[in-house]
Design a protein around this ligand. Structure first.
Ligand SMILES: C[S@@+](CC[C@H](N)C(=O)[O-])C[C@H]1O[C@@H](n2cnc3c(N)ncnc32)[C@H](O)[C@@H]1O
Length: 267
């Protein structure tokens, strides 16, 4: 049995204090983390207008996306409530060779209207909403931080893919009773609020955000019976992920769903 994690925040969110080492090891020092970064490296320039505008990166974790954006000349403000994750991100920045500074702010999304109100032309919020007890409220907060005409790059952990992978693994009773979410109380990396595409569509409409584009991240990798063994097989898998990440029906079962949402000039 895995050991307990620190308590949830007062809002019921899972900050990653106590999970930073595990997260770093099991995601980013593993093939699935490499694949996620390779996919984002190709997709973000296709899905966003990147014009070296200032970016607010929310729940930036270990700092990979903040560094990626800074390396492309964006002034980045990276926010993160977990001191442990922020320490990793600062360390990564100090050893990276980027001349654009990153401002680090230790705060949860719920404090940003006061601390970093913007409004921001570009906000990135990747793999955060599923760790919050109220992701619907988070969408309202993200919208308030966006400038008119601004872009939100949102990535969420896909509830439908979680169901599918549980069935593939033989967890039939768990899938049938829809007990898919993690509790956040142990050192597990199963999110407490996995999110469906229908929810994102509904919350976007509630906040008058337009879904400009969507892609599935890891549409095949998690369902492989055998991981790629050679460099050539890894390259083939990446080519397949790229080819099908934005086409029907494959994107719908991506482990993560990546959206570009636009706040209209006039609401
Ligand atoms: C799965 S990690 C994602 C990190 C990074 N964005 C990435 O894509 O690798 C989730 C992050 O959300 C942060 N988080 C949890 N609750 C939050 C909140 N209320 N506001 C902002 N970030 C939060 C956690 O501390 C953690 O670093």
């Amino acid at each position: 049995m895995s050991s307990s994690a620190p308590p949830l925040s007062s809002a019921g969110d899972r900050y990653f204090d106590g999970l930073a080492d595990k997260f770093s090891r099991s995601l980013y020092n593993a093939p699935r983390g490499d694949l996620r970064l390779a996919m984002l490296d190709q997709l973000l320039p296709q899905m966003l207008r990147l014009e070296q505008q200032p970016v607010l990166d929310i729940g930036g974790g270990l700092g990979q996306l903040a560094l990626w954006l800074a390396a492309r000349g964006h002034p980045v403000t990276m926010t993160e409530p977990s001191g442990e994750m922020l320490a990793y991100a600062k360390e990564a920045f100090s050893t990276a060779n980027t001349s654009t500074p990153i401002e680090f702010v230790q705060a949860p999304l719920q404090a940003l209207e006061a601390k970093t109100p913007g409004p921001w032309p570009l906000i990135t919020c990747h793999a955060v909403l599923e760790w919050l007890s109220d992701p619907q409220d988070a969408m309202r907060r993200l919208t308030a931080l966006l400038a008119p005409g601004g872009q939100l790059s949102l990535m969420v952990f896909n509830r439908d893919a979680l169901r599918f992978s549980n069935v593939v693994k033989g967890n039939l009773e768990k899938a049938l009773s829809d007990r898919l979410a993690g509790t956040g109380h142990r050192q597990r990396l199963t999110p407490i609020s996995p999110i469906s595409h229908d929810e994102v569509t509904c919350w976007a409409a509630e906040n008058r955000l337009q879904i400009e584009s969507v892609a599935g991240i890891r549409v095949f990798q998690d369902y492989l019976r055998q991981p790629p063994q050679t460099e050539a097989e890894r390259a083939d898998l990446l080519a397949l992920e790229h080819r099908y990440c934005r086409s029907e029906p494959h994107w719908r079962l991506g482990r993560y769903l990546l959206y570009t949402l636009i706040k209209p000039e006039k609401s």
